[in-house]
Design a protein around this ligand. Structure first.
Ligand code: FAD
Length: 317
Protein backbone atom coordinates (compact mmCIF):
# COMPACT_ATOMS: atom_id res chain seq x y z
CA UNK A 1 0.00 0.00 0.00
CA UNK A 2 1.14 3.56 -0.60
CA UNK A 3 2.23 5.87 2.22
CA UNK A 4 -0.43 8.38 1.26
CA UNK A 5 -3.10 5.64 1.49
CA UNK A 6 -1.80 4.62 4.92
CA UNK A 7 -2.13 8.26 6.00
CA UNK A 8 -5.60 8.65 4.50
CA UNK A 9 -6.89 5.40 6.07
CA UNK A 10 -5.26 5.88 9.49
CA UNK A 11 -7.49 6.19 12.54
CA UNK A 12 -4.68 7.95 14.42
CA UNK A 13 -1.06 8.98 14.01
CA UNK A 14 1.25 6.39 12.44
CA UNK A 15 4.72 5.43 13.66
CA UNK A 16 7.17 4.67 10.85
CA UNK A 17 10.89 3.84 10.91
CA UNK A 18 14.03 4.47 8.91
CA UNK A 19 16.94 2.07 8.65
CA UNK A 20 20.34 2.16 7.00
CA UNK A 21 21.83 -0.70 4.93
CA UNK A 22 24.79 -2.44 6.63
CA UNK A 23 28.32 -1.41 5.72
CA UNK A 24 29.88 -3.41 2.87
CA UNK A 25 31.17 -6.71 4.25
CA UNK A 26 28.38 -7.19 6.83
CA UNK A 27 25.42 -9.48 6.25
CA UNK A 28 21.80 -8.40 6.06
CA UNK A 29 21.16 -10.14 9.42
CA UNK A 30 21.76 -6.90 11.37
CA UNK A 31 18.95 -5.31 9.38
CA UNK A 32 16.49 -8.16 9.69
CA UNK A 33 17.05 -8.07 13.47
CA UNK A 34 16.02 -4.39 13.49
CA UNK A 35 12.93 -5.14 11.41
CA UNK A 36 12.02 -7.98 13.80
CA UNK A 37 12.39 -5.58 16.76
CA UNK A 38 9.85 -3.10 15.37
CA UNK A 39 7.60 -5.66 13.65
CA UNK A 40 5.54 -6.04 16.85
CA UNK A 41 4.44 -2.40 16.49
CA UNK A 42 2.83 -3.12 13.10
CA UNK A 43 4.80 -0.45 11.23
CA UNK A 44 2.80 0.98 8.32
CA UNK A 45 6.06 1.39 6.41
CA UNK A 46 9.83 1.28 6.84
CA UNK A 47 12.22 3.54 4.94
CA UNK A 48 15.60 2.29 3.74
CA UNK A 49 18.25 4.93 3.07
CA UNK A 50 20.27 5.17 -0.15
CA UNK A 51 23.97 5.86 -0.51
CA UNK A 52 25.96 7.06 -3.46
CA UNK A 53 29.50 5.90 -4.08
CA UNK A 54 32.36 7.91 -2.61
CA UNK A 55 36.10 8.15 -3.15
CA UNK A 56 38.62 6.78 -0.65
CA UNK A 57 42.37 7.07 -0.85
CA UNK A 58 44.95 4.45 0.21
CA UNK A 59 48.73 4.63 0.18
CA UNK A 60 50.34 1.81 -1.79
CA UNK A 61 53.63 0.22 -0.50
CA UNK A 62 55.58 2.28 -3.06
CA UNK A 63 54.19 5.51 -1.58
CA UNK A 64 51.83 6.30 -4.46
CA UNK A 65 48.18 6.98 -3.71
CA UNK A 66 45.42 4.73 -4.92
CA UNK A 67 41.90 6.12 -5.34
CA UNK A 68 38.92 3.81 -5.02
CA UNK A 69 35.33 4.65 -5.81
CA UNK A 70 32.87 2.44 -3.99
CA UNK A 71 29.62 2.44 -2.08
CA UNK A 72 30.17 1.93 1.64
CA UNK A 73 26.57 0.84 2.13
CA UNK A 74 25.20 -0.93 -0.93
CA UNK A 75 22.00 -2.98 -0.92
CA UNK A 76 19.10 -0.53 -0.56
CA UNK A 77 16.94 -2.23 -3.20
CA UNK A 78 17.66 -5.76 -1.93
CA UNK A 79 16.79 -4.80 1.65
CA UNK A 80 13.58 -3.15 0.48
CA UNK A 81 12.69 -6.36 -1.38
CA UNK A 82 13.23 -8.38 1.82
CA UNK A 83 11.13 -6.06 4.00
CA UNK A 84 8.36 -5.81 1.42
CA UNK A 85 8.14 -9.47 0.45
CA UNK A 86 9.45 -11.48 3.41
CA UNK A 87 8.15 -9.31 6.25
CA UNK A 88 5.13 -8.04 4.28
CA UNK A 89 5.76 -4.50 5.52
CA UNK A 90 5.44 -1.64 3.04
CA UNK A 91 8.79 -0.16 2.21
CA UNK A 92 9.90 3.30 1.17
CA UNK A 93 13.03 3.20 -0.96
CA UNK A 94 15.21 6.31 -0.86
CA UNK A 95 16.31 7.39 -4.34
CA UNK A 96 19.04 9.98 -4.95
CA UNK A 97 19.94 12.43 -7.69
CA UNK A 98 23.61 12.70 -6.78
CA UNK A 99 25.72 9.79 -7.98
CA UNK A 100 23.09 8.39 -10.33
CA UNK A 101 22.17 9.19 -13.91
CA UNK A 102 18.50 9.44 -14.86
CA UNK A 103 19.01 6.28 -16.91
CA UNK A 104 20.28 4.40 -13.82
CA UNK A 105 17.35 5.80 -11.84
CA UNK A 106 14.86 4.55 -14.42
CA UNK A 107 16.40 1.07 -14.26
CA UNK A 108 16.22 1.11 -10.43
CA UNK A 109 12.56 2.16 -10.52
CA UNK A 110 11.71 -0.66 -12.94
CA UNK A 111 13.41 -3.11 -10.56
CA UNK A 112 11.49 -1.68 -7.57
CA UNK A 113 8.23 -1.95 -9.52
CA UNK A 114 8.96 -5.64 -10.21
CA UNK A 115 9.58 -6.14 -6.46
CA UNK A 116 6.14 -4.72 -5.66
CA UNK A 117 7.54 -1.60 -3.97
CA UNK A 118 5.18 1.34 -4.32
CA UNK A 119 6.87 4.07 -2.28
CA UNK A 120 9.89 6.28 -2.91
CA UNK A 121 11.49 9.14 -1.01
CA UNK A 122 12.99 11.36 -3.72
CA UNK A 123 16.16 13.10 -2.50
CA UNK A 124 18.99 15.08 -3.95
CA UNK A 125 21.64 13.53 -1.67
CA UNK A 126 24.73 15.39 -0.55
CA UNK A 127 27.61 16.38 -2.83
CA UNK A 128 29.95 13.68 -4.11
CA UNK A 129 33.60 13.81 -3.04
CA UNK A 130 34.76 12.93 -6.56
CA UNK A 131 33.89 13.98 -10.07
CA UNK A 132 31.64 11.30 -11.53
CA UNK A 133 32.06 11.32 -15.30
CA UNK A 134 28.73 11.40 -17.08
CA UNK A 135 28.87 10.30 -20.72
CA UNK A 136 27.17 12.49 -23.30
CA UNK A 137 24.28 10.09 -23.87
CA UNK A 138 23.32 10.20 -20.18
CA UNK A 139 21.49 12.84 -18.16
CA UNK A 140 21.25 13.78 -14.48
CA UNK A 141 18.73 15.15 -11.99
CA UNK A 142 20.12 18.16 -10.14
CA UNK A 143 17.47 18.84 -7.51
CA UNK A 144 15.04 16.50 -5.80
CA UNK A 145 12.26 18.29 -7.68
CA UNK A 146 13.83 17.06 -10.97
CA UNK A 147 13.77 13.52 -9.62
CA UNK A 148 10.14 13.93 -8.54
CA UNK A 149 9.38 15.06 -12.09
CA UNK A 150 11.10 12.00 -13.56
CA UNK A 151 9.17 9.63 -11.24
CA UNK A 152 5.90 11.43 -11.92
CA UNK A 153 6.62 11.07 -15.63
CA UNK A 154 7.11 7.31 -15.22
CA UNK A 155 3.82 7.23 -13.30
CA UNK A 156 2.31 8.57 -16.54
CA UNK A 157 4.17 6.02 -18.69
CA UNK A 158 6.85 8.46 -19.90
CA UNK A 159 10.11 6.52 -20.11
CA UNK A 160 13.33 8.25 -21.16
CA UNK A 161 13.34 6.49 -24.54
CA UNK A 162 9.79 7.53 -25.45
CA UNK A 163 8.70 3.91 -25.71
CA UNK A 164 5.56 2.80 -27.54
CA UNK A 165 3.06 0.64 -25.62
CA UNK A 166 4.82 1.40 -22.32
CA UNK A 167 2.87 0.80 -19.13
CA UNK A 168 2.78 3.45 -16.43
CA UNK A 169 4.53 2.79 -13.12
CA UNK A 170 2.68 3.74 -9.96
CA UNK A 171 4.82 5.19 -7.17
CA UNK A 172 3.84 7.29 -4.18
CA UNK A 173 6.47 10.04 -3.95
CA UNK A 174 7.69 11.49 -0.66
CA UNK A 175 10.28 14.23 -0.23
CA UNK A 176 12.48 15.75 2.50
CA UNK A 177 11.65 18.94 4.44
CA UNK A 178 13.74 20.97 6.88
CA UNK A 179 12.11 22.69 9.88
CA UNK A 180 15.43 24.43 10.65
CA UNK A 181 16.07 25.13 6.92
CA UNK A 182 18.27 23.17 4.54
CA UNK A 183 21.84 24.33 5.07
CA UNK A 184 22.27 25.63 1.53
CA UNK A 185 19.05 27.63 1.35
CA UNK A 186 19.47 31.40 1.86
CA UNK A 187 16.45 31.45 4.16
CA UNK A 188 13.45 29.39 5.23
CA UNK A 189 11.12 31.17 2.79
CA UNK A 190 13.20 30.11 -0.21
CA UNK A 191 13.54 26.58 1.14
CA UNK A 192 9.76 26.32 1.58
CA UNK A 193 9.24 27.67 -1.96
CA UNK A 194 11.51 24.85 -3.18
CA UNK A 195 9.49 22.35 -1.12
CA UNK A 196 6.36 23.64 -2.85
CA UNK A 197 8.01 22.97 -6.24
CA UNK A 198 8.47 19.34 -5.15
CA UNK A 199 4.78 19.20 -4.19
CA UNK A 200 3.72 20.82 -7.49
CA UNK A 201 5.78 18.29 -9.46
CA UNK A 202 4.09 15.31 -7.82
CA UNK A 203 5.25 14.73 -4.22
CA UNK A 204 2.35 13.70 -2.01
CA UNK A 205 3.94 13.86 1.43
CA UNK A 206 7.10 15.08 3.18
CA UNK A 207 9.24 13.79 6.07
CA UNK A 208 11.26 16.25 8.09
CA UNK A 209 14.86 16.32 9.07
CA UNK A 210 15.32 15.48 12.74
CA UNK A 211 14.70 18.26 15.27
CA UNK A 212 14.90 18.31 19.06
CA UNK A 213 12.56 21.22 19.72
CA UNK A 214 8.95 20.71 18.62
CA UNK A 215 8.47 24.46 18.15
CA UNK A 216 10.69 24.21 15.05
CA UNK A 217 8.30 21.65 13.55
CA UNK A 218 5.05 23.43 14.40
CA UNK A 219 6.35 26.83 13.21
CA UNK A 220 7.62 25.21 10.02
CA UNK A 221 4.29 23.51 9.24
CA UNK A 222 2.51 26.82 9.82
CA UNK A 223 4.91 28.62 7.45
CA UNK A 224 4.51 25.86 4.84
CA UNK A 225 0.72 26.09 4.96
CA UNK A 226 0.93 29.88 4.52
CA UNK A 227 2.98 29.30 1.35
CA UNK A 228 0.58 26.77 -0.16
CA UNK A 229 2.32 23.55 0.87
CA UNK A 230 -0.65 21.31 1.61
CA UNK A 231 0.85 17.81 1.70
CA UNK A 232 1.19 15.93 5.03
CA UNK A 233 4.48 16.78 6.75
CA UNK A 234 5.61 13.91 8.96
CA UNK A 235 7.99 14.84 11.79
CA UNK A 236 11.29 12.91 11.94
CA UNK A 237 12.63 12.04 15.39
CA UNK A 238 16.11 10.92 16.36
CA UNK A 239 16.87 9.79 19.90
CA UNK A 240 20.06 11.14 21.45
CA UNK A 241 22.33 8.29 22.55
CA UNK A 242 25.73 9.72 23.54
CA UNK A 243 27.47 13.02 24.28
CA UNK A 244 29.53 12.82 21.07
CA UNK A 245 26.30 13.34 19.12
CA UNK A 246 26.03 16.85 20.59
CA UNK A 247 28.74 17.69 18.07
CA UNK A 248 28.25 15.19 15.27
CA UNK A 249 24.50 15.73 14.78
CA UNK A 250 24.67 19.55 14.34
CA UNK A 251 27.74 19.09 12.11
CA UNK A 252 26.16 16.45 9.87
CA UNK A 253 22.52 17.53 9.90
CA UNK A 254 22.72 21.31 10.44
CA UNK A 255 20.27 21.38 13.35
CA UNK A 256 20.42 22.90 16.84
CA UNK A 257 20.03 21.29 20.23
CA UNK A 258 17.90 23.11 22.81
CA UNK A 259 19.84 24.49 25.81
CA UNK A 260 17.92 22.33 28.29
CA UNK A 261 18.88 19.09 26.51
CA UNK A 262 22.53 20.09 26.21
CA UNK A 263 22.72 21.18 29.87
CA UNK A 264 21.09 17.99 31.13
CA UNK A 265 23.31 15.78 28.96
CA UNK A 266 26.55 17.51 29.95
CA UNK A 267 25.62 17.40 33.66
CA UNK A 268 24.82 13.65 33.48
CA UNK A 269 27.13 12.20 30.81
CA UNK A 270 26.67 8.67 32.18
CA UNK A 271 22.92 8.80 31.72
CA UNK A 272 22.65 10.05 28.15
CA UNK A 273 20.70 7.02 26.93
CA UNK A 274 17.97 7.58 29.54
CA UNK A 275 17.98 11.34 28.95
CA UNK A 276 17.59 10.78 25.21
CA UNK A 277 14.67 8.40 25.73
CA UNK A 278 12.94 10.77 28.15
CA UNK A 279 13.44 13.75 25.81
CA UNK A 280 12.13 11.87 22.78
CA UNK A 281 9.15 10.60 24.79
CA UNK A 282 8.21 14.18 25.67
CA UNK A 283 8.73 15.26 22.07
CA UNK A 284 6.50 12.48 20.73
CA UNK A 285 3.84 13.27 23.35
CA UNK A 286 3.90 16.93 22.32
CA UNK A 287 3.71 16.05 18.63
CA UNK A 288 0.75 13.73 19.15
CA UNK A 289 -1.03 16.42 21.18
CA UNK A 290 -0.33 18.83 18.32
CA UNK A 291 -2.16 16.54 15.87
CA UNK A 292 0.68 15.23 13.69
CA UNK A 293 -0.15 12.68 10.97
CA UNK A 294 2.58 10.36 12.25
CA UNK A 295 6.06 10.19 13.74
CA UNK A 296 9.01 8.90 11.73
CA UNK A 297 11.82 7.42 13.83
CA UNK A 298 15.37 7.53 12.55
CA UNK A 299 16.54 4.18 13.95
CA UNK A 300 20.01 4.01 12.37
CA UNK A 301 21.63 1.64 14.92
CA UNK A 302 19.67 2.74 17.98
CA UNK A 303 16.92 0.14 17.95
CA UNK A 304 16.75 -0.29 21.75
CA UNK A 305 16.02 3.39 22.44
CA UNK A 306 13.39 3.57 19.68
CA UNK A 307 11.65 0.42 20.94
CA UNK A 308 11.59 1.85 24.49
CA UNK A 309 9.98 5.10 23.32
CA UNK A 310 7.47 3.46 20.98
CA UNK A 311 6.51 0.94 23.70
CA UNK A 312 5.19 3.86 25.76
CA UNK A 313 2.83 4.95 22.99
CA UNK A 314 2.00 1.75 21.16
CA UNK A 315 -1.38 1.22 22.77
CA UNK A 316 -2.29 4.88 22.16
CA UNK A 317 -1.59 4.97 18.41
P1 FAD B 1 16.51 19.45 -2.64
O1 FAD B 1 15.06 19.44 -2.37
O2 FAD B 1 16.96 19.35 -4.05
O3 FAD B 1 17.10 20.76 -1.96
C1 FAD B 1 18.50 20.94 -1.82
C2 FAD B 1 18.82 22.42 -1.70
O4 FAD B 1 18.60 23.06 -2.95
C3 FAD B 1 17.92 23.17 -0.70
O5 FAD B 1 18.69 24.18 -0.11
C4 FAD B 1 16.82 23.76 -1.57
O6 FAD B 1 16.24 24.92 -0.99
C5 FAD B 1 17.60 24.07 -2.84
N1 FAD B 1 16.81 23.96 -4.07
C6 FAD B 1 15.87 23.05 -4.36
N2 FAD B 1 15.38 23.25 -5.60
C7 FAD B 1 16.03 24.33 -6.10
C8 FAD B 1 15.99 25.02 -7.33
N3 FAD B 1 15.17 24.64 -8.32
N4 FAD B 1 16.82 26.08 -7.51
C9 FAD B 1 17.66 26.46 -6.53
N5 FAD B 1 17.75 25.83 -5.32
C10 FAD B 1 16.94 24.78 -5.12
N6 FAD B 1 20.68 11.58 1.98
C11 FAD B 1 21.17 10.47 1.41
O7 FAD B 1 22.26 10.51 0.81
N7 FAD B 1 20.51 9.27 1.49
C12 FAD B 1 19.31 9.15 2.12
O8 FAD B 1 18.73 8.06 2.16
C13 FAD B 1 18.75 10.32 2.74
N8 FAD B 1 17.56 10.27 3.38
C14 FAD B 1 17.02 11.43 3.90
C15 FAD B 1 15.76 11.37 4.49
C16 FAD B 1 15.18 12.52 5.02
C17 FAD B 1 13.81 12.44 5.64
C18 FAD B 1 15.89 13.75 4.98
C19 FAD B 1 15.30 14.99 5.58
C20 FAD B 1 17.15 13.81 4.39
C21 FAD B 1 17.73 12.66 3.83
N9 FAD B 1 18.97 12.69 3.19
C22 FAD B 1 19.49 11.54 2.64
C23 FAD B 1 19.75 13.92 3.14
C24 FAD B 1 19.51 14.76 1.84
O9 FAD B 1 19.94 14.05 0.71
C25 FAD B 1 20.29 16.05 2.00
O10 FAD B 1 19.76 16.84 3.03
C26 FAD B 1 20.49 16.89 0.72
O11 FAD B 1 21.47 17.90 1.00
C27 FAD B 1 19.22 17.62 0.26
O12 FAD B 1 18.33 16.75 -0.25
P2 FAD B 1 16.85 17.26 -0.70
O13 FAD B 1 16.19 16.11 -1.31
O14 FAD B 1 16.20 17.96 0.41
O15 FAD B 1 17.29 18.29 -1.84
Amino acid sequence: MKVIEHLQNARGPLFSYEIVPPPRGRTVKDITEIVKAVEKFNPPWIDVTAHSAGASYNERPDGTIERKISKKRPGTIGICGIIQNRFKIDTVTHILCNGFTREETEDALIELNYLGIENLLALRGDGLNYNKKISKDRSVNVYASDLVEQIDGLNKGHFLDNLHNSEALDFCIGVAAYPEKHFEAPNLKVDIANLKIKQDKGATYAVTQMFFDNDHYFNFVKACRAEGVTIPIIPGIKILKNTKQLQTIPKNFYINFPDALVDETLSNPNHVVDIGIEWATKQVQGLLEGGVPGVHFYIMNDTDSVVKVVDKFYKQV
